[in-house]
Design a protein around this ligand. Sequence first.
Ligand code: 5GP
Length: 148
Amino acid sequence: MPETIFSAIIRGEIPCHRVYEDDRVLAFLDINPLSEGHTLVIPKEPAVTFDELSEESAAALGRVLPRLCRAVVRATGAPAYNLLQNNGAGAHQAVMHVHVHIIPRYPDRPEGRAGLGLVWRPGALDAQAGAALAGRIAAAFSDGAAQA
Ligand code: 5GP
């Protein structure tokens, strides 16, 4: 795994506005926030994408995320928020170390609207194709291919 800016932050070599830390997880404010309270939650384990994470690190992230979301909401008063987790350059990942964005949304603030743009263009799931695809994913899950 290549060295990233987040590795240096974990080691304390680059400063951050830390909001939470335990043995496996660090949370800090994003340096270029999309909105007030934009927080990054990262595992200390070096992994590029979420699928590479150990179950222990994933569990540690999942355990603390709801509490961190509550803390961000309470501290900012945001009425809504997005959790965003980008994997791969094609999915807008810029820092190649797993991270979850907590992005408060302020629909009543002009800058709140501009902070995160989502274009959602849903299709329609074909019943036959959907059954086949779900079967392939379920098979991949259970045949060991999805083991970390
Ligand atoms: P990505 O596009 O990879 O999901 O998002 C990476 C995020 O990391 C960006 O929102 C960016 O502002 C943030 N970031 C990049 N470098 C630093 C840094 O040195 N410190 C902090 N606090 N955030 C950073």
